[in-house]
Design a binder for this molecule. Structure first.
Ligand SMILES: Nc1nc2c(ncn2[C@@H]2O[C@H](COP(=O)(O)OP(=O)(O)O)[C@@H](O)[C@H]2O)c(=O)[nH]1
Ligand SMILES: [Mg+2]
Length: 398
């Protein structure tokens, strides 16, 4: 049961205004108007005293996870009878200067998987790809290849960000030697991957995507199609590696999440995976996240009312710039809260390396996949990996 605290008139007024705005915005065509949602409304994040002091275990969860479905969901079609493919694309965001590393990743995924399927590739960049880039990439695959430019408003630091405050934030993180502390472009990238990539026009026809980064390696020959697996098993988000986030990059992320869930408890899915991200029923973040440089997911999850409202709320704080919120914790927290836990999948059979960590399949999976990785070099249950914690979600007696 919800344990409501007595709250002041100001807060009640705030909730009423939020509901009116939410209702009004629900009328928007969510495919064409995502920007409006992001930039127009700067949310006031509730103070600690205003945040509902609710244990997430005790919440009355809604009956269905329909809030995590896009209003204009791509139909859940079967595999195409002619091509045998799902409605899916392989996506790489990259700079021209990362061409050599991009080539390695494409070659690796084509050799181990895509030569047998020819899923189309999409390459995105905030500036035009060079002719050299396009030519070298296109020769690596028989699949169709498209190159897209990211709309300015989806990439660059918005005008409403207080640049002096952002600069102070970058200096502060530098003092703690945080990764990419000083980088504005990294912040652009994290925000783009948190809230915009799924709106790109080239991705509009697709329901599923596989995120691929330059410089990664796929170790094993896949004798199955992960997209088909996701469809057949009703999965919507998947990963191969997980770990803990550097706390200095996200000082206020969790209080913002708590604030959002206090305002919108309806978005929390029944049987969600909150125990993956919190040890104490939601009061604190344990820093666990899925490493989003690998991601196979249902794009309609990101296009859903729950996710888009969540991103807009986070974005309105400006903390993608004032702090350095990563897309990995943002995606992971959303998937863990808005999806039932059995819609999240660990792809243990997919051997994958993104420096400096790797997942190497174990046992029969390693043999079957003819994996080239050292089976002993596997991050799953080491150090800051959270994969054991994810698996433990399914050991519980419900
Ligand atoms: N076009 C473009 N892509 C970027 C930029 N910064 C990062 N990326 C891409 O964003 C993804 C994550 O960046 P990466 O440098 O690998 O970050 P890390 O994996 O967190 O160390 C990769 O796909 C990069 O190619 C940028 O400024 N422009
Ligand atoms: Mg990377």
């Amino acid at each position: 049961m919800l344990k409501w605290r007595p709250l002041g008139f100001g807060f009640t007024l705030f909730v009423v205004i939020s509901l009116v705005l939410l209702f009004y915005r629900a009328e928007d065509d969510e495919i064409t108007a995502p920007l409006l949602k992001t930039l127009d409304i700067i949310p006031s994040v509730l103070s600690d005293a205003e945040i509902l002091n609710v244990d997430w275990d005790d919440l009355d969860y809604p009956q269905s996870a329909s809030h995590a479905e896009a209003t204009h969901s791509r139909p859940e079609k079967n595999l195409d009878p002619i091509t045998g493919r799902a409605n899916a694309t392989l996506l790489m965001l990259t700079r021209n200067s990362d061409l050599d590393e991009a080539v390695k990743s494409i070659e690796s995924l084509e050799r181990t998987f895509n030569h047998a399927h020819n899923y189309p590739w999409i390459f995105l960049n905030e500036e035009p790809f060079t002719a050299t880039f396009k030519k070298r990439v296109a020769t690596l695959t028989n699949a169709s290849v498209q190159f897209g430019i990211i709309p300015r408003e989806h990439w660059f630091q918005p005008d409403w960000i207080d640049e002096e405050k952002a600069r102070q934030g970058r200096i502060r993180l530098q003092q703690f030697r945080g990764a990419y502390a000083e980088s504005v472009s990294y912040r652009n990238m994290c925000r783009f991957y948190s809230g915009f990539f799924f709106w790109h026009e080239l991705l509009q026809p697709y329901k599923w995507y596989w995120r691929v980064e330059p410089g990664v390696q796929f170790f094993c020959h896949l004798d199955f199609d992960p997209f088909a697996y996701m469809m057949e098993n009703k999965k919507r988000y998947s990963f191969t590696l997980s770990m803990k986030e550097g706390p200095r990059t996200i000082p206020s992320l969790w209080s913002t999440v708590r604030s959002f869930t206090s305002l919108h408890p309806q978005y929390l899915a029944r049987s969600n995976a909150h125990k993956f991200i919190s040890e104490d029923k939601g009061h604190n973040y344990n820093l666990c996240h899925f490493w989003s440089n690998f991601e196979i997911a249902d794009l309609d999850f990101f296009r859903s009312p729950a996710y888009t409202a969540f991103f807009s709320y986070l974005d309105g704080t400006g903390n993608f710039y004032y702090e350095r919120w990563g897309d990995a914790p943002v995606h992971s927290i959303a998937a863990s809260l808005f999806l039932p836990k059995d819609q999240i999948h660990f792809f243990g059979d997919i051997g994958y390396r993104h420096y400096p960590f790797q997942h190497c399949p174990q046992g029969d999976s390693w043999t079957r996949g003819k994996c080239e990785c050292d089976v002993e070099n596997n991050f799953d249950y080491q150090g800051d990996s959270c994969t054991g914690k994810f698996q433990a979600l399914f050991d519980e007696i419900v």
